[in-house]
Design a protein around this ligand. Structure first.
Ligand SMILES: Nc1nc2c(ncn2[C@@H]2O[C@H](COP(=O)(O)OP(=O)(O)OP(=O)(O)O)[C@@H](O)[C@H]2O)c(=O)[nH]1
Ligand SMILES: [Mg+2]
Length: 215
């Protein structure tokens, strides 16, 4: 997939205030600081599109970006072809310990409401830090997605932070853990926003899902 344009649309504090449009949307979720906003910038090729920070807790609303793209196979006919239009949604992270309980609960409610009620949501990317052992909070969140029948994929982040072998080991351990809960594993991707690892795979996957929606 070739991204032709990516632009910021709106930052909504509630699902009721999200855009009324019908474009399919792909949302990014995961623990605070896992790299959601950085991944969005890496995928779109626009540094600074989504606000990032080394301090956890940066994103606090439901942020919309409108993407125009063309399928790679139409690269040479991009002018004749109508662009695909879809939304990327940057969500706040969960599990930031320094937030007050009240703030934390409010964000979780917002995230849950969005995920459960947003009909345009076609896939949720759940980001997992590839440096760590499986964390309870991530496993519980994924279990909740399963209970509610939400379509999701896993994105392992920050693969540049350690050796390839260490990343693969952690990915394997996480998937083994998921196999205890799931008969079939979800699609998964290993990424780095630093060196753009996994970009093509993720964009191709989105292109496939977009295509299947039109079929
Ligand atoms: N080395 C490396 N650093 C990364 C990568 N992705 C994100 N970071 C760093 O991790 C920190 C957090 O990144 P964000 O993209 O703001 O994380 P987030 O998940 O959006 O965080 P919240 O909005 O607070 O929930 C920043 O300092 C990023 O530069 C990566 O792939 N590699
Ligand atoms: Mg963020």
């Amino acid at each position: 997939m070739i991204i032709k344009n990516a632009r910021y649309i709106v930052s909504s504090p509630k699902v009721q205030q999200c855009p009324q449009s019908t474009e399919p949307e792909y949302a990014f979720i995961g623990r605070s600081n896992v790299g959601k906003s950085s991944l969005i910038n890496m995928l779109t090729g626009h540094n600074g599109l989504a606000k990032t920070s080394s301090m956890p807790g940066k994103t606090i609303n439901i942020n919309y970006f409108l993407i125009s793209s063309v399928a790679s196979e139409n690269r040479d006919r991009a002018k004749e072809k109508k662009d695909d239009e879809w939304h990327i949604v940057d969500l706040p992270g969960y599990g930031y310990a320094k937030r007050s309980k009240q703030e934390q609960d409010k964000l979780v409610e917002m995230i849950h409401n969005y995920i459960l009620h947003r009909e345009q949501l076609v896939n949720l990317f759940v980001l997992i830090d590839s440096r760590h052992n499986p964390q309870q909070i991530d496993l519980e969140f994924i279990e909740w997605l399963g209970e509610n029948g939400i379509p999701f994929s896993i994105v392992f982040t920050k693969a540049d932070k350690q050796s390839h072998a260490k990343t693969l080991g952690n990915v394997h351990t996480f998937l083994k853990k998921l196999e205890e809960q799931w008969e079939e594993l979800p699609p998964y991707f290993v990424t780095s926003s630093e060196n753009r690892q996994g970009r093509e795979e993720l964009l191709d996957y989105i292109e496939e899902v977009n295509k299947s929606l039109r079929a």
